[in-house]
Design a protein around this ligand. Sequence first.
Ligand code: FAD
Length: 491
Amino acid sequence: MLLSRFLKRNAPPAGRIPGSLVSWSQLNGRALGGLRHAHAMAPRVVVLGSGWAGFEMLRDLNKSYYDVTVVSPRNYFVFTPLLASTSVGTLEFRCIVEPVRSKTDKVSFYEATCDAVDVTNQTLSCTSQFNGGAKHQFTVPYDILIVAVGARSNTFGIPGVGEHALFLKDIKDARKIRQRVIACFERASQPYLTAEQQREILHFAVVGGGPTGVEFSGELSDFIRDDLSKIYPTLMDKVSMSVYDIAPTILSTFDSHLANYASKRFQRQGIHIRTKTQITTVTASHLVVDDSQRIPYGMLVWATGVSPTPLVQALGKVVAKDTRSGRLVTDGHLRLLHPDCSTPFTNIFSLGDCAGSKDNPLPATAQVAKQQAIYLSKVLNRVRRYSNWSVGDEKPFTYHHLGSMAYIGGWKAIFDPSDGKSKVSPSTNGQAVIEKLDRKQWLTKYVSEGRLAWLFWRVSYFTMSVSLKNKILIPAYWFLTWVLGRDISRF
Ligand SMILES: Cc1cc2nc3c(=O)[nH]c(=O)nc-3n(C[C@H](O)[C@H](O)[C@H](O)COP(=O)(O)OP(=O)(O)OC[C@H]3O[C@@H](n4cnc5c(N)ncnc54)[C@H](O)[C@@H]3O)c2cc1C
């Protein structure tokens, strides 16, 4: 059974014969116009980014077919679904990172930022992360470029957000949040403060009622209730938490029944939900709401969606970009398009949060990024494996939504198996659709909310964690936190 599955997965595309390892230019010569690489047997693939898309490409690309280089300002991958857990100490930071180099004895890695792409000469301008006073810049040539630089937090240009809010995108952000929460409690314990000042410092504000803002609020609520309440019992009547969103409801991408369930749970946990509320200015100590009301806070976490990175903004001059979303535009094969959107670049691909198809924009999620990377690495491996096979011969990428989950605190979660749109994938046959709906109906009925959904949430993310090390560390820390509580040292 295993053997037949292996043979099926590695079968050549219909009508194609496995070829000897010939160069990218031989296979795709009409597209690339010849290799300029001394190591002609292995075209140079440069992957920009070590996030969900970049890291998966790195793992799946066949290193005997390609000479792979990764350029990223961080030398690790972050398992973002569990980032909120690390920001309060439910898990330790190292449980959710994977070093890029551990998978890459055959891959070059530069800890650097790519600033510009010269599509004519096929080179990248990069700036080293190790500046030491001077800016070290260097050039990296490529035959195939994969742009997977993700996105950054969207501040909507609201004054003061960039300077005063904390974000939750990377391990460094989670570390800052954890330090700030504990700092707020220590500061509020100082003997010279009035009760009113303590209240201001112990107001924890979260802007953004999407899954990231909600999961963080749930984790913070657990931390306060389970651990901080025992250490600072006299401060508990001064603590408050609020979630702000401009939309009429939190979790608007989830089924309304589940969003209501989460709102009710939050109310029960004492988390104030302020929807239809616009934050207009942020200062070091206050939020200004709807241009009038000033609300003091001790910590503000900003989780309101994503906007393009500087590289994507710069690339927008040489490739097609969607002016509304700011994302790079790709065709069905994840190739970037020329600025007039008429033809694709044959050797530049983009995936994950930084790109999207104009006709079928997909959500900025890890699921999408990972599936795209699996698809593209398979395609590129096939192009090298079979003679006369090119990217355009492949079926376009199809996304299979696996459902959305959010932890809401108190060992409860919600799980929405629908994608909020069509339940039918265009590539599935009738039978598969029926099976999928049955499975989804079953899941909706039994594990959509509460303790069972939370169990499902934990099992899913444990299963998806990458290395054996983290498969051991994650449940170990869950257990330790349950038995011993979270650490509150600030260093
Ligand atoms: C707290 C949190 C929780 C989340 N939970 C979920 C979830 O439960 N399920 C889900 O599906 N999605 C979730 N997401 C969304 C998911 O993490 C993103 O959609 C996913 O990370 C996108 O992958 P990516 O590879 O496109 O970008 P990223 O993972 O953001 O990676 C981008 C990479 O590019 C690098 N980079 C940036 N600029 C440059 C440059 N100029 N040159 C070179 N490299 C560069 C970055 O350092 C980074 O390594 C969550 C996100 C957050 C923040």
